[in-house]
Design a protein around this ligand. Structure first.
Ligand SMILES: Nc1nc2c(c(=O)[nH]1)N[C@H]1C(S)=C(S)[C@@H](COP(=O)(O)O)O[C@H]1N2
Ligand SMILES: [Mo]
Length: 234
């Protein structure tokens, strides 16, 4: 492998045409075009907070469709309990991905009820524009009550399964990045506090903001985790 700056290759990533392979425990598996999954006339704008696990946050107006609607059309079989997501690895176009840090595709997963929650979005744009490549063109997940790493970019595969899916950050460092990764100011990362965050775009003198439980979406999503110890399932 040549030591070339991966940024030089970013523009080579082809995102059009793009289809997602949807399979596993579904009634209608197949390759679905992004234009069919999220047609322009179905796009909704959703203004969400995005809280990175590394204690920065941003407010972003996404354009997208609820994941639940897509899954309903594909037909989820009763045996399915989780949804697994996978990103493209194209060594010819993104040579940096053949480095030891990421020798396999970025992967994420949700429990089925999290995937079906009305806040969970498949986004194809932001700020009223098509999704920029660095933000996950042409289609990405947005799960606003979870740390940003759950919101996997540039999805090529969605698989319905009965086993908890592999998630990239969890595999890299399970003690630091859990499968659930719900934003929680009471459960610190081993190396830093999660009680506050730096809001990007809030201005130089805005100071840090207090992080909210479930990133402020507790009224909508706390019920998904009723009875669960969120220190154990972080
Ligand atoms: N495929 C893929 N998705 C990804 C990542 C990544 O490296 N690869 N990074 C994650 C992390 S850590 C965050 S905080 C968000 C950031 O989204 P943004 O780049 O649009 O700000 O994307 C997430 N999704
Ligand atoms: Mo992140």
């Amino acid at each position: 492998m040549e030591k070339t700056d991966p940024a030089a290759y970013a523009s080579k990533l082809t995102t059009d045409p793009w289809s997602i392979e949807i399979g596993g425990m579904v009634d209608r598996p197949g390759n679905y075009d992004v234009a069919d999954i999220a047609p322009d006339n179905a796009l909704e704008e959703r203004i969400y907070r995005l809280r990175c696990v590394e204690a920065w946050s941003m407010v972003i107006p996404w354009l997208g469709v609820p994941l639940s609607g897509v899954l309903k059309k594909i037909g989820v079989q009763p045996s399915a309990k989780y949804v697994a997501f996978e990103t493209l690895t194209r060594p010819a176009e993104m040579p940096g991905l053949s480095s030891p840090f990421m020798s396999w595709p970025y992967r994420e997963g949700l429990r089925l009820d999290e995937a079906m929650h009305p806040l969970t979005l498949l986004a194809t744009g932001l700020y009223d524009q098509p999704m920029p490549k660095q933000n996950g063109a042409p289609i990405r997940l947005v799960v606003p009550w979870k740390y940003g790493f759950k919101s996997i970019k540039s999805i090529i595969r969605i698989t319905l399964t009965d086993k908890q899916p592999v998630s990239t950050w969890n595999v890299l460092q399970a003690s630091e990045y859990g499968f659930y990764a719900n934003v929680n100011p009471q459960v610190d990362h081993p190396r830093w506090s999660q009680a506050s965050e730096r809001r990007i775009g809030a201005g130089l003198f805005a100071g840090r903001q207090e992080t909210q439980m479930f990133n402020g979406y507790g009224d909508e999503v706390a019920g998904l985790y009723a009875g669960m110890d969120l220190k154990t399932y972080y």
